[in-house]
Design a protein around this ligand. Structure first.
Ligand SMILES: C[S@@+](CC[C@H](N)C(=O)[O-])C[C@H]1O[C@@H](n2cnc3c(N)ncnc32)[C@H](O)[C@@H]1O
Length: 192
């Protein structure tokens, strides 16, 4: 089955968790990662790799010895990312467990989080739970990249998430739009 078909199937299983009907484009993957100083990254994690578009891009940027693992809740999508990027550890779990997962990997803190979660489809409670857990492992200076669809800004959850970022990060920049993405999207590039 193609990645697109597997993704659509995952959306049918759980639309609010997957939040999109097709995987992100290579163009969006580039905007997620091209602002980071890769030489300064010793530990990076990915949230919600889906079929592994960002995972593959991150793998190409990290140096040997860098700690990198991904956290994916959907077992079928986790399996696809493992097949696509066999060198990457993909843990089947909820990102709200990130502190315990980092400890199990021998890391208290991470330098960056690359995130594919559909924040605008999350309830306020789930947004808070995931963001509070992330702040346990992302220290001041840590980087956070997450994308948003333009139409998601019309939703209260999308607005709430945007406000949260502006209040809780020392810097929040918006990337150019990935017009080739379906639907078009941009990246919030944040520094704690
Ligand atoms: C919008 S899709 C993005 C997938 C991929 N990063 C991309 O851009 O094509 C969201 C992904 O996050 C995963 N996900 C949603 N909630 C999660 C959670 N609480 N913990 C871990 N993964 C989660 C979904 O299963 C899905 O794979």
């Amino acid at each position: 089955m193609s990645h697109h078909a597997s993704f659509l199937k995952a959306f049918a299983r759980n639309s609010s968790q997957v939040g999109a009907i097709v995987p992100s484009s290579d163009q969006l993957a580039g905007l997620m990662i091209d602002w980071l100083d890769w030489d300064s990254i010793d530990c990076i994690i990915e949230y919600g790799p889906g079929t592994g578009v960002f995972t593959e891009a991150i793998s190409k940027c990290i140096s040997p010895g860098t700690t990198f693992f991904a956290i994916e809740r959907d077992p079928e999508l986790a399996g696809i990312t493992r097949q696509r990027c066999p060198e990457v550890k993909v843990i089947e779990a909820c990102v709200s467990e990130v502190a315990a997962l980092c400890q199990a990997e021998g890391r208290e803190k991470v330098d960056a989080v690359i995130c594919g979660l559909p924040w605008a489809a999350f309830s306020p409670e789930l947004q808070d739970k995931c963001l509070e857990a992330m702040f346990e492992v992302l220290p001041p200076g840590g980087k956070f990249a997450t994308f948003a669809y333009w139409q998601g800004l019309l939703l209260p959850a999308g607005q709430r998430f945007r406000k949260f970022l502006k209040t809780n990060f020392s810097s929040v920049e918006q990337s150019p739009t990935a017009w080739k993405n379906l639907p078009p999207a941009f990246v919030y590039r944040c520094e704690r």
